[in-house]
Ligand binder design. Structure first.
Ligand SMILES: NC(=O)c1ccc[n+]([C@@H]2O[C@H](COP(=O)([O-])OP(=O)(O)OC[C@H]3O[C@@H](n4cnc5c(N)ncnc54)[C@H](OP(=O)(O)O)[C@@H]3O)[C@@H](O)[C@H]2O)c1
Length: 254
């Protein structure tokens, strides 16, 4: 029987690359994002794959539960959950719009946590499942000028690593993907395209492929790119205040 992967943020960037990878491996797909037309286009483009689309704004309270309920109503078992949808915002915390930052927390943290909570019991029942949570190299240090975004990704990493340990006795793996700057719509949405940190952005197909391989091999944490790995490891040995200064420098203009 074909397995099913649910991918959030499937309409562009890394999410869309995951769609291609799972479809090529014969998975049925449940795709979640806000843009219904784009979801419909993707469904049409992957005519040989069984694709269910759910147009939902996951930053709205209650939306993750509605996604779960829709899959339950359709009797779809989720074998692989890819919590990929997320966004960032560049600017000083008190100068950025509060509601947008709350929406970011709701999407990057709450939706990811809720979806994991709803689908995990069924994976436990079958003693089989895989979860890919997309964090970022932002998870490894405080990020001045993107304070909420960096903190949200630190949550994703910490939560996922803890859960992986809780689930050790099960055949369920939790993989945290930590990409560095990657050429997707994220850059323009977060207004970070002209910054130093984006001067060596990776390609989304490379990043997604590494994430997919890591997920399939049950890797716990995967940092993409040699320089990103070096940066993440170095951050562990630096005083947090110095790591924050470096992150602030990287957020500056090229
Ligand atoms: N690109 C980078 O440099 C980078 C680096 C590290 C980590 N990441 C992480 O990688 C993940 C994927 O981002 P990306 O780079 O692929 O960015 P992207 O190209 O902007 O894609 C974001 C995806 O999330 C969906 N989305 C956004 N807001 C949503 C909402 N409220 N509800 C449901 N879906 C929503 C978007 O679709 P709709 O607009 O149709 O909703 C889109 O499919 C994110 O978690 C991001 O934080 C990115």
């Amino acid at each position: 029987m074909r397995k099913t992967a649910l991918i959030t943020g499937a309409t562009s960037g890394l999410g869309y690359e995951f769609v291609k990878l799972f479809a090529a491996d014969g998975y049925n797909l449940v795709l979640v994002a806000r843009n219904k037309e784009k979801l419909e286009e993707i469904k049409k483009a992957f005519a040989e794959t069984e694709v269910t689309i759910i147009a939902k704004d996951l930053s709205i309270q209650g939306a993750p539960k509605e996604v779960f309920e829709e899959t339950a109503k359709l009797n779809i078992n989720i074998d692989v959950l890819v919590n990929n949808a997320g966004f960032g915002l560049m600017g000083k915390f008190d100068e950025l719009d509060l509601q947008k930052q709350i929406n970011m927390i709701q999407l990057n943290i709450t939706a990811l946590t809720e979806l994991t909570y709803y689908f995990l019991p069924f994976m436990k029942e079958r003693n089989n499942g895989k979860i890919l949570n997309v964090a970022s190299t932002a998870a490894f240090q405080p990020g001045p000028l993107m304070a909420v975004y960096y903190a949200s990704k630190a949550y994703v990493l910490s939560f996922s690593e803890a859960l992986a340990e809780e689930l050790q006795e099960y055949s369920i793996s939790i993989t945290t993907l930590c990409p560095g700057a990657t050429k997707t719509n994220f850059g323009s949405a977060a207004s970070v395209e002209g910054t130093k940190m984006f001067s060596r952005a990776m390609l989304p197909d490379d990043v997604a492929k590494k994430g997919y391989e890591g997920l399939m091999n049950g890797k716990r944490v995967l940092i993409t790119g040699g320089l990103n790995k070096f940066g993440a490891i170095s951050a562990k040995f630096l005083p947090r205040s110095l790591a924050a200064k470096i992150a602030k420098y990287a957020a500056g203009e090229k």
